[in-house]
Design a protein around this ligand. Structure first.
Ligand SMILES: C[S@@+](CC[C@H](N)C(=O)[O-])C[C@H]1O[C@@H](n2cnc3c(N)ncnc32)[C@H](O)[C@@H]1O
Length: 291
């Protein structure tokens, strides 16, 4: 069946209502202010195409109503808007070298030092999307804790601004094909296979859920946590941000890390020229400098 193309957009070839110039400028300013994403003039058609679905879901006839919603109740729609214009693509053990560094080096050292009862170990997955990243961290952490054999108060905080992504993370149920990066041993160990109506699905083990706390958080807004974190993962998130937004974010991350604390970025992200508080110690792996 052909898509229904309204008259306004028939020329541009985009299905749905037209995005007027004023509305696009409002959306650009809004997205920059709340999501740190600088949309160029060339992105107009893309934004329109992505938001048409959102308008349909909200049963709105035009972008004027959508802009009005953002003006009157920005918080209610911000996550959905950000999800629509960015991507939630993620995978278990994505950029596996980061997990190897964590398992074979950092966790061993931290657990060696955290000897006293009640010592805390905290990892933050900032921009956790649908949960594959924090649950991969949880597998590595659970295995390290088992090997160390002592009680350590260990937790992974997983945050994102997309409500849909967070709901999926909270559910922790994935089609088996999504487990591509997970070894057979870990699949057996850390996932429960669905049966009957759940055939083809895998559910994360309760032990992993126990280690992961999932919460909504916009990285550009206030953060309720005080830190410190032993490590921060913020991978494939800042790619959408402009330089001043990245700079501010790295400064804020530095405040929550101890000297030597690692910050993991995504494969195409860099801190080059943006912060002198960190030094590069591996592939897109940084460490907070000692003063
Ligand atoms: C491409 S995914 C990366 C997921 C995971 N970190 C990984 O590397 O596989 C980017 C995530 O960042 C989130 N995100 C983008 N801007 C954000 C912001 N300002 N605050 C919090 N999360 C944000 C998006 O909602 C999305 O889920």
């Amino acid at each position: 069946m052909n898509a229904v193309v309204s008259h306004d957009n028939a020329v541009a070839g985009v299905a749905g209502p037209a995005l007027g110039d004023g509305e696009f400028q409002f959306l650009r300013a809004f997205v920059y202010r709340h999501c740190g994403i600088a949309l160029s003039e060339q992105k107009r058609q893309l934004v329109q195409g992505r938001l048409v679905r959102r308008l349909r879901a909200l049963r709105m006839k035009g972008f004027d109503a959508y802009c009005e919603l953002l003006r009157t109740d920005p918080d209610s729609e911000l996550g959905e808007l950000a999800s629509a214009i960015s991507t939630n693509v993620t995978a278990f053990f994505r950029e596996v070298h980061h997990f190897e560094a964590l398992a074979n080096d950092m966790l061993l050292r931290w657990l060696e030092h955290k000897r006293r009862e009640g010592d805390r170990l905290r990892i933050w997955s900032a921009g956790c999307s649908t949960g594959e990243e924090p649950y991969s961290l949880a597998m590595v952490l659970a295995e390290a804790l088992e090997r160390c054999g002592r009680h350590v108060d260990a937790k992974i905080l997983a945050t994102d601004l997309s409500p849909a992504a967070l709901a999926a993370a909270q559910k922790g149920v994935y089609p088996v094909e999504r487990l591509e990066g997970v070894s057979d041993e870990r699949r057996r160990r850390w996932f429960l296979r669905g049966e009957g109506d759940y055939e083809g699905l895998a559910c994360v083990h309760p032990r992993l859920r126990e280690l992961v706390t999932i919460a909504p958080l916009n990285l550009l807004h206030e953060w309720p946590m005080q830190g410190p974190f032993d490590a921060i993962f913020c991978r494939n998130v800042v790619i959408y941000f402009d330089q001043p937004t990245k700079q501010k974010l790295f400064t804020r991350f530095a405040r929550l890390l101890p000297a030597g604390g690692p910050l993991f970025l995504g494969h195409s992200e860099s801190m080059h020229g943006l912060s002198d508080e960190f030094e590069l110690i591996g592939r897109t792996l940084y460490r907070k400098k000692t003063a």
